[in-house]
Design a binder for this molecule. Structure first.
Ligand code: FAD
Length: 417
């Protein structure tokens, strides 16, 4: 793998960028692997990378039905933060945050991590109480989060409308300064490139259609559109399609799949310095390095695998954005799209062994798993390699929905981006 360096970039600039080698190969599937990861999103590719890097397991294939990063990884609005309420959540999201910090150097690939601050607006007394509770809980866990008055919020984000005449006036905000964004495609490409360099096979256009089990019930491999592939261990990391995959092995998971939409505006000069979220009106916004305003909303209200969503959701979101930021009223929207998010009852993920020997699942990230990509992949690789959870993901079991030991971020925040 050619290392990116100032000198390599300068040399290639001189010769029209014709000397860059292929970033990852596209091999034919082998007959057998030690581990198969289903799904080449950030979490799946990252898992393969850490299996090789941290555990020396390189006889691994990542199987992807479409193109790598073409699922939610390439469709999300890239908000990164770790200021969740519960200790378990703080553990996993902050583990991720620490890995984001050095990820570009680790992968030798610029994932454009930008800790520009994530500000969550409070619009009513309930919001104020909830965010202050989060701030105190976060501080106990060593996670930065601070309270801002409306004036301080406007100083941090000048386009913000803090008029008390607004339908949802801004009564303050919680700011996580280490929060921010990263370039989603680059995360998938960076992990793919680094994993392939360590000998992992990334096989695109290869849909898994069945999970095979031996007489003892243990996993023996998968059926795919490119034939049968054997494996001692299978890790399902398929986001919105996780329950479909788990059904193939006869395992029921408490997931519902919903469309979640996002949209971008025409590109403009830098005008928006941070990320702003409003859970109450359910809209959030940031500006990409290309200059587009990146805008997101809540999920559609119905389950679906359609990767599109209802127009009324986008209209509602833009109503809210225009009220919070009147300077954007005349902006033109460029394009919108949808992804399929897998939502658990408590809005926390499942990263665990399953009742089937050799089958592992990493799912349920719902509307907020991009931020967790490095941390999730890191601890899931540990779980698959050692057949036991890492202490950080130990609470994120399937059994919690039976035992009642929920990690109820749904109740804590009413939204879990
Ligand atoms: C519009 C939108 C906005 C979002 N905004 C944010 C945000 O701001 N911040 C945040 O943290 N999170 C956000 N998310 C959530 C985030 O995108 C996801 O939680 C995260 O990207 C999930 O990553 P993944 O690698 O698990 O899944 P994916 O990237 O979806 O990868 C799963 C892969 O599995 C493949 N697959 C499925 N079935 C099969 C099969 N049978 N065989 C082979 N392959 C299969 C899919 O094609 C897909 O590529 C958002 C999501 C959406 C849709």
């Amino acid at each position: 793998m050619r290392k990116y360096s100032v000198f390599a970039i300068a040399r290639e600039a001189m010769r029209g960028h014709r000397g860059w080698p292929e970033q990852w190969s596209s091999p034919e599937p082998k007959k057998n692997y030690d581990v198969i990861i289903v799904g080449a999103g950030g979490h799946g590719l990252g898992t393969a990378y850490y299996l090789a890097k941290e555990h020396g397991i390189t006889n691994v294939a990542v199987l992807e039905k479409g193109w790598l990063g073409g699922g939610n990884t390439g469709r999300n609005t890239t908000i990164i933060r770790s200021n969740y309420l519960y200790d378990e959540s703080a553990g996993i999201y902050d583990h991720s945050m620490k890995l984001w910090d050095g990820l570009s150097q680790d992968l030798n690939y610029n994932v454009m991590y930008s800790p520009r601050g994530v500000m969550m607006l409070a619009h009513n007394v309930h919001d104020v109480q909830v965010f202050k509770r989060h701030i105190h809980a976060n501080r106990l866990n060593g996670v930065d989060n601070e309270w801002l008055t409306p004036e301080e919020a406007k100083a941090y984000c000048p386009p913000l409308n803090i008029s008390t005449e607004a339908r949802y006036p801004v009564m303050g905000a919680a700011l996580q300064r280490r929060g921010g964004t990263a370039r989603h495609d680059a995360v998938a490409w960076g992990y793919a490139r680094a994993a392939a360099a360590r000998g992992i096979d990334i096989i695109q256009n290869c849909e898994v259609t069945g999970i095979n089990r031996g007489p003892d019930g243990a996993v023996t491999g998968v059926e795919t559109t490119r034939g049968t592939i054997g494996a001692k261990k299978v890790g399902v990391v398929a986001a919105g399609h996780s329950s479909v995959l788990m059904q193939m092995a006869g395992v029921q998971v408490p997931l519902e799949s919903y469309p979640l939409q996002a949209l971008v505006s025409e590109p403009v000069k830098p005008v928006f310095p941070c990320v702003v979220m409003s859970n109450t009106v359910h809209a959030y916004i940031s500006q990409s390095d290309k200059g587009e305003l990146v805008i997101g909303a809540g999920t559609d209200q119905y389950t679906s695998y359609s990767q599109t969503g209802g127009l009324h959701i986008i209209q509602h979101t833009l109503d809210a954005i225009c009220e919070m930021f009147p300077i954007f009223t005349r902006m033109k929207m460029l394009r919108s799209w949808g992804g399929i998010v897998d939502v658990t009852p408590d809005r926390s993920p499942i990263l665990a062994k399953t009742p089937v020997k050799g089958l592992y699942v990493n799912c349920g990230w719902g509307t907020g798993g991009f931020k967790a990509t490095p941390g999730s992949a890191h601890v899931f690789a540990h779980t698959v390699a050692r057949d036991e959870p890492h202490p950080i993901n130990a609470p994120f079991t399937l059994e919690r929905f039976r035992s009642g030991r929920l990690i109820d971020e749904a109740a804590a925040a009413a939204v879990a981006h």
